[in-house]
Design a binder for this molecule. Sequence first.
Ligand code: NI
Ligand code: MN
Length: 228
Amino acid sequence: MPITLTWTGHATWLIDTSAGRIVVDPFFDECPTATMKAAEVECRAILITHAHFDHVADAAAIAKQNRAQVVCNFEISQWLGKQGVGNVFPCNHGGRVAIPGGTSKMEIAFHSSAFADGTYGGNPGGFLLEIDGVRIYVAGDTSLFSDMERIGRIGLDAAILPIGDVFTMGVEDSVEATRLLAPKVVLPSHYGTWPPIEQDPQAWAAMVRAGTAAEPRVLGLGESTTIG
Ligand code: NI
Ligand code: MN
């Protein structure tokens, strides 16, 4: 059964499944390009890749207003607990938990993960999702790493990859990541929010078409697409 992906800006994605909506890395109210406010977000679950502000900013508010399940690392779960968030499923690399419509496995990522006040935010991660029979890899903030070939062996319907450079992999490395992951569809993320991570997504898409077998899908802000 197909699922719907919506890019609301930066690294924030809505995943609409047969069992309800999942939000990845909620960053709305202070995101310069966000197409929604946190108060408008209805969801059943929230996935958080790491503790940086641009990935957790609205997590507590959205979790509380929706009584949503949160999947994140142990350190972020403790931080959310102090803010009164219940229903948190802490996990770590390799850990699989049930989410609406399927499962989420926390994957490795090469990045950092401190909270805005400098305290330790645990390891950064990515997510390998199997929802409604559709397999999606959300890389989170990361550099290119060769285990992407291993992650892709499962047979990915889609991969969401950062292309912004500076803080994550950039255009060229995300094309190589696409080659290793071998997804059917690849979607760019974590770019265009601020000047340091401006990119030309159409140039990226042309490189993906030329160098991989994947179909690049560049979504506009607030735009949705169907996978599966
Ligand atoms: Ni980050
Ligand atoms: Mn980030």
